[in-house]
Design a protein around this ligand. Structure first.
Ligand code: ATP
Length: 263
């Protein structure tokens, strides 16, 4: 396992130490340790079943680890309720109320936050505007496209001003254009709001396109955590070379062939 910390003076926003988790006697996370810097975009990349979602659910508090700890700004939050963690999560299936408007969905999340209840309409509108969805505020969610629904779901999370946003394969149900649009909107949110983002995916290209650092997982452990270019140039082991680098190279080689002038 190779883990490179970013050369930065930014303190760790999130520290994850020795996380283990078993289901039915089978260990699916074997002691996961890493940290995330404030404002960083971290992609967690791994094949289906390697434990990405379980790790994310432990970070937000929907699952409790068998061992290990999670610290936010140095404070141990391993036993804290999800609502007390200053984190938001976005799921791939949007989890919206489809009979309500886009604005209604975002406002609904704010009802439970006494500090934002009074100004909730304006906060919800601002969050929708950040995702380019202001014009759709009063449209029922059921009539929106998948990409638009996912943007409403991200706006709902953003409206609560979380310090960390966890994204569980948010683009997986979308077509190519909607995926590209959502990627750039996520990067804009990171830049404009300084939000720390942890994005899980099994798509190599997507992980590398978005991230400040990529964490490559396989079967419950970390194989490498580093900046994208460094992983491509120095894969830590044969797993990273085969699963990540060879796959990316194949994709770019085939693109290059299409880009070649016709003979
Ligand atoms: N509640 C549960 N009960 C039993 N087994 C579980 C449970 N949750 C996850 N698992 C198992 O843990 C392993 C890791 O699952 P997890 O969903 O975290 O992987 P993943 O990398 O996110 O996969 P995917 O990309 O397909 O969602 C899998 O073998 C899965 O079957």
């Amino acid at each position: 396992m190779t883990i490179k910390s970013q050369e930065t003076t930014a303190p760790h926003k999130l520290t994850v130490k020795g996380i283990k988790k078993s289901f039915d006697g089978r260990e699916v996370l074997h002691g996961i340790t890493f940290d995330v810097h404030g404002g960083e975009f971290l992609s967690i990349l791994g094949p289906s079943g390697c434990g990405k979602s379980t790790l994310l659910r432990i970070l937000i508090g929907l699952e409790h680890p068998d061992a290990g700890s999670v610290l936010l700004d140095g404070e141990n939050i391993t036993d804290a309720a999800p609502s007390k963690r200053h984190m938001g999560i976005v799921f791939q299936d949007y989890a919206l109320f489809e009979n309500m408007t886009a604005l209604g969905n975002v406002e609904y999340a704010l009802r439970f936050d006494p500090t934002r209840r009074v100004r909730r309409s304006q906060i919800a509108l601002d969050a929708l505007a950040s995702l380019g969805m202001a014009d759709f505020a009063n449209k029922p969610v059921a009539g929106l496209s998948g990409g638009q629904m996912q943007r409403v779901s991200i706006a709902r999370t953003l409206a609560l001003s979380p310090e960390v946003i966890l994204l569980d394969e948010p683009t997986s149900g979308l077509d190519a254009d909607a995926r590209l649009a959502l990627r750039s909107q996520l990067k804009n949110i990171q830049r404009d709001h300084g939000t720390t983002m942890i994005f899980i995916t099994h798509d190599q290209e997507e992980a590398f396109a978005l991230a400040d650092r990529v964490m490559v997982m396989g079967e419950g452990s970390i194989h490498q955590l580093d900046e994208p270019l460094h992983i491509v140039e120095n894969p830590a082991d044969s797993y990273v070379r085969d699963f990540v680098v060879a796959n990316l190279k194949a994709k770019y080689d085939s693109l290059a062939r299409f880009a070649s002038p016709l003979e």
